[in-house]
Ligand binder design. Structure first.
Ligand code: TRP
Length: 465
């Protein structure tokens, strides 16, 4: 989900500053910035992706690894990106270029990530629309039946139609430039989504057998630990916090110089992690309750939320209504993220090509729709097609989160540690207040992060984990 700020073009700094001025209305307070950046971070990544990874990679141990990575790794990277953005006042490619010409390529690699994510994000967005229509047409009971979700995603036409609707909705907003309206609506809806998730999570716990699942979710079992847990948690961290793809640099460029950068990063992280945590709490205990902790149920991957939640709603008094409201809010969170993803892609191309913006919008819409088709069919008639042992959607997810984002993050660390030096970032953070975690930051960015990222990359590449 994204609020207020939208990624700007790289080459037109005048427009960039113009944008900054009119964005000022959004960021007249520190909280405004925190909400906007947290809004960008919160989306399907938290609600759909986090729970299925946590279920698959050992529950409590995944949660623990994720939180440790968030406060060390995620913190350092987010501080770096926001500081680079605020210092240069530019978005990714130009920001790197203005710090050191030779390194603008990092900005280009970062910008490629949204291009890979966008089409498959829309496939999941399509699933959300499908579930929304289910509850609006009163078919909730059918959706709770075993096999319903598989039947839906494996059918050749229906999921593609919903994906196209989702892409179309996104494109209409981007084309009409009405992001701000949508973003205002979602600022109000976001807290409602969080409260509703907490409510559903608490209800989930009351279902027979759910408690055991809750224990699985929060109590780390160290025998479940493996490098796969770390790789998955790291990819999720990048994805969920919109790191290593230039987005936070853009946000930083909107941030006021007098605001506390370190404190803002902490708040964004807490918000993003809390939403993910409650989404997990809403889904994982329920999986246990309905399956008795069966490993296959926990391992089912991308469909977990869509299989489990209808069952929860089915047992709940007034569940159909709660479900309808819930899916509207999730759709909104998903749309604001996809709008921001598409906006990024459109601005990359409108910088490079001298073509009208609406033409680019239409092209991005059509091409993404086409690229999304294989991701969708990969769960149905093309389920035999395996890329690196994965379904097509999982393959795109893997390439972006586990290969490209670690590469971007690694290059960013090397750039900070050896080219501009950590002090440049630290000084930017210290414009206002003391950088309380300065020591941690320096060690992380110069040693731990790069070494760790190399290990992650190697294990991703070798093991196709
Ligand atoms: N962080 C978003 C989420 O959790 C997904 C996302 C990834 C995103 N990259 C982005 C959103 C870029 C906006 C812009 O769903």
């Amino acid at each position: 989900m994204k609020l207020y700020a939208c990624p700007k073009d790289e080459n037109n700094s005048e427009r960039e500053y113009e944008n900054m001025d009119d964005k000022k209305t959004g960021f007249t307070s520190k909280l405004g910035f925190v909400f906007a950046a947290a809004g960008s971070a919160v989306g399907l990544g938290n609600i759909w992706r986090f729970p299925y990874l946590a279920a698959k990679y050992g529950g409590g141990i995944f949660l623990l690894v994720y939180i440790v990575l968030a406060v060390t790794f995620g913190f350092s990277l987010m501080v770096t990106e926001i500081a680079i953005g605020r210092k240069t006042g530019k978005s990714a490619v130009k920001a790197f270029a203005s710090l050191d010409r030779r390194f603008s390529f990092i900005g280009y690699i970062a910008s490629a990530v949204p291009i890979i994510i966008f089409p498959y994000y829309c496939v999941i967005g399509g699933w959300v629309i499908k579930y929304l229509t289910i509850y609006f047409t009163g078919q909730g009971a059918e959706a709770a039946a075993d096999g319903y979700f598989d039947g839906f995603i494996s059918s050749p036409v229906s999921p593609i139609v919903f994906t196209c609707i989702f892409i179309f909705l996104t494109a209409v907003v981007v084309l009409m430039g009405v992001q701000k309206g949508i973003e205002k609506v979602s600022t109000v809806m976001m807290p409602v989504l969080v409260l509703l998730s907490i409510g559903i999570a608490v209800y989930s716990l009351t279902i027979d057998g759910a408690w055991e699942g809750f224990i699985y979710y929060i109590k780390p079992n160290f025998s479940d630990f493996s490098i796969k847990t770390v790789v998955a948690a790291m990819g999720q961290l990048f994805y969920s916090m919109s790191l290593a793809m230039g987005i936070m640099i853009t946000y930083g460029s909107y941030m006021r110089r007098e605001d506390n950068l370190e404190g803002s990063v902490r708040q964004i992280e807490i918000f993003d992690t809390a939403v993910a945590f409650f989404s997990g709490m809403m889904i994982i205990p329920a999986v246990y309750a309905f399956s008795g902790g069966d490993k296959d149920a926990l391992n089912q991957g991308a469909g977990l939320m869509f299989v489990t939640l209808p069952k929860v709603f089915d047992t709940m008094y007034g569940g159909k209504l709660v479900a309808a409201v819930f899916f509207v809010l999730v759709l909104l969170a998903a749309l604001t993220s996809s709008i921001s993803l598409m906006e990024t892609i459109v601005s990359i191309f409108s910088d490079k090509l001298k073509v009208k913006r609406w033409v680019i919008c239409v092209c991005v819409m059509l091409i993404s729709a086409e690229v999304a088709v294989p991701s969708s069919l990969g769960y149905g008639i093309w389920s035999d097609v395996k890329l690196l042992g994965r379904s097509i959607l999982d393959f795109f997810d893997f390439i972006s989160n586990n290969i490209m984002m670690p590469i971007t993050a690694l290059l960013t660390c090397i750039f900070v540690a050896f080219v501009i030096k950590p002090k440049t970032i630290e000084d930017e953070v210290e414009r206002t207040e003391n950088f309380r975690s300065k020591k941690l930051y320096r060690i992380m960015i110069s040693f731990v992060c790069p070494v760790f990222l190399v290990v992650i990359l190697i294990s991703s590449v070798i093991g196709y984990v």
